[in-house]
Design a protein around this ligand. Structure first.
Ligand code: FES
Length: 118
């Protein structure tokens, strides 16, 4: 389920991202392509740029695999950095104390909407 609109926003049905699941997307922001993902952690949605602060690679070496097996953390599959799903804060691994870059996310009707930063 990937959908991109031309105006620097991405939408998808909220019901399509169940608790414990994620969805990846691509946004065009000021002529730049940004890859990101939405996470549903216990019913709370967040959106982040899909770039690990350690070396800058996407977190999901295996596409759209972001959660640890216990479902409590997000994990970068390159070197194992762990992140809090709700804050993006790195809690372990080579970039402890750093954080994922959040993207503005809103719920509009039944849709999740991610936009570029102002
Ligand atoms: S690139 Fe993510 S932990 Fe090293």
């Amino acid at each position: 389920m990937r959908r991109m609109t031309a105006s620097g926003e991405w939408r998808c049905p909220a019901a399509g991202v169940a608790p414990g699941h994620t969805a990846t997307f691509r946004l065009e922001c000021g002529g730049r392509a940004i890859r990101g993902f939405v996470v549903n952690h216990d019913g709370r949605y967040r959106a982040y740029v899909n770039r690990c602060p350690h070396v800058g690679t996407p977190l999901d070496l295996w596409p759209n695999e972001f959660f640890t097996e216990d479902g409590r953390s997000l994990i970068c599959s390159t070197h194992g950095a762990l992140y809090e799903p709700d804050t993006g804060r790195c809690t372990g691994g080579p970039c402890a104390g750093d954080r994922l870059t959040p993207l503005p996310l809103s719920l509009e009707g039944d849709s999740l909407v991610v936009r570029c930063h102002e």
